[in-house]
Write a protein that binds this ligand. Structure first.
Ligand code: SAM
Length: 249
């Protein structure tokens, strides 16, 4: 998969060199290219922003550098001769969910446009939206100073879904929000050795060797945690599907 990121703070994307994403890059599973938007400015001060039409506080990112940057990146040609999906981080976008991460992980080429100030002149999104698949995406109901942290969040969620990136391909199967019958449940608690720590013992069922009972216990724990932390998820869940899942376990 190829990922391009256009930003005025390329150094903010340094974490893409470490851990899971860094290793995926080193193995050639991810081709990450970070670009400085100011390279596509033509004035002495490398200006990327201007005052908003209609007045109001803050500055707006100018369309010209974004247009030139994106045109050049798109023209460089991506993998599988496919156009990129343009991912525009914005608090007014569609929520970034595990479902969307899965969908984006299937695209061979993603271009991210993290903004600063009050965001990017709307005409950039309109212009690319006419020709490309453009996704305006929010990572949560709060406002950050820029889109770089949202890009780090999205890239990590997407990268760990790519074949061969996680050591154990099964590891994300039981995650909270993993697609499938348990999609509306958070993952329950997890334990490792030793069996007793500071007087706290692991739940006995986990060493029973009884797979059916363990699966049932995990489901009950997931349900309790979801009810406590995310009651909104319980409301849209399908308990009959869980029962079928339990019987098959
Ligand atoms: N005035 C904008 C609004 O209220 O929607 C907020 C602009 S914010 C200060 C600057 C940039 O940070 C945004 O254009 C976006 O790239 C990024 N950003 C901030 N919060 C975000 C969020 N929750 N999800 C995705 N991107 C976000």
């Amino acid at each position: 998969m190829r990922l391009d990121v256009v930003t005025i703070f390329p150094e903010y994307l340094e974490p893409l060199n470490v851990s899971l994403v860094g290793k995926a890059r080193a193995r050639g599973q991810l081709d990450v290219r970070v670009h400085d938007l100011r390279a596509w400015t033509h004035d002495k001060h490398h200006t990327v922003d201007d005052t908003p039409y209609g007045g109001g506080p803050g500055m707006v990112m100018k369309p010209e550098p974004w247009g030139e940057a994106l045109d050049e990146i798109v023209a460089s040609g991506g993998p599988e001769a496919q156009p990129p999906v343009l991912v525009v981080p914005t608090p007014s976008g569609r929520p970034f969910t595990q479902e969307l991460a899965v969908e984006l992980s299937l695209a061979p080429w993603l271009v991210f446009t993290p903004a600063r100030y009050e965001g990017i002149d709307r005409r950039v999104i309109e212009d690319y939206g006419d020709r490309f698949d453009v996704r305006e995406v929010s990572i949560g109901d709060y406002v950050l100073a820029g889109g770089e942290a949202p890009v780090l969040v999205m890239v990590e969620a997407i990268a760990r879904l790519l074949p061969g990136v996680l050591g154990n391909a099964e590891s994300h199967r039981d995650d909270s929000f993993a697609p499938g019958v348990m999609a509306d449940l958070l993952e329950g608690p997890v334990y490792t050795k030793p069996p007793e720590w500071r007087g706290h013992e692991i739940p006995e069922v986990l060493v029973s060797g009884h797979h059916g009972r363990i699966a049932r216990w995990r489901r009950d724990q997931a349900l309790a945690r979801t009810a406590a932390n995310r009651p909104d998820l319980i409301e849209r869940a399908d308990p009959e599907a869980w029962d079928k899942h339990d019987r098959a376990a």
